[in-house]
Design a protein around this ligand. Structure first.
Ligand code: DQA
Length: 159
């Protein structure tokens, strides 16, 4: 846990947000830029870190192509984070395991998609994971990550 100086000169623990990214999101920047934009995942991480600072949060930003690793990270977030944002990529539409993991952790959760999954192929219109999230943000490209952090900070501060 990162610590920062509070107004009274004492050191206070910063709350942590996990930002988890699923399969193929490591290719952002070159992957179907007409759909996902040209911002890379590392540029998104920088945007998220700056927004997190405004909210007094620290961020753990991760990407994996493996479903099991994402499940492990969601479970870990349950004990180590104040909230999480997840873009499950294609696992959104297939993963009962991720739905179960998200349902099992009681921290605030925001599901995020760069594209509007309801405006795309039929198979993308159903999210198995969405019912386990407090809310969803989609269709705003890389900016969605910043919006998701605003939403998550509001949920954390309300919790
Ligand atoms: C995505 C949408 C998914 O359908 C797709 O499989 C992705 C990215 C998005 O961010 O728009 O990998 O989650």
């Amino acid at each position: 846990m990162i610590r920062g100086e509070g107004g009274d000169g004492k050191f206070m623990a910063k709350k942590k947000a996990y930002v988890l990214n699923g399969p193929n999101l490591n290719l952002l920047g070159t992957r179907e830029p007409d759909i996902y934009g040209s911002t890379t995942l590392s540029e998104i991480e920088t945007l998220v870190a700056s927004k997190a600072g405004e909210h007094g949060l620290s961020v753990d930003f991760r990407q994996s192509n493996s479903e099991g690793e994402l499940v492990d990270w969601v479970q870990e977030a349950g004990s180590k984070a104040a909230g999480l944002i997840i873009n499950p990529g294609a696992y959104t539409h297939t993963s009962v395991a991720l739905f179960d993991a998200l349902s099992a952790v009681s921290i605030p959760k925001v599901e995020l998609h760069l594209s509007n999954i309801h405006a795309r192929e039929e198979f993308r219109r159903r999210s198995l994971t969405a019912p386990a999230a407090n809310g969803l943000i989609m269709g705003f490209g890389a900016t969605g990550y910043v919006l998701a952090l605003d939403a998550l900070a509001a949920l954390i501060n309300r919790a």
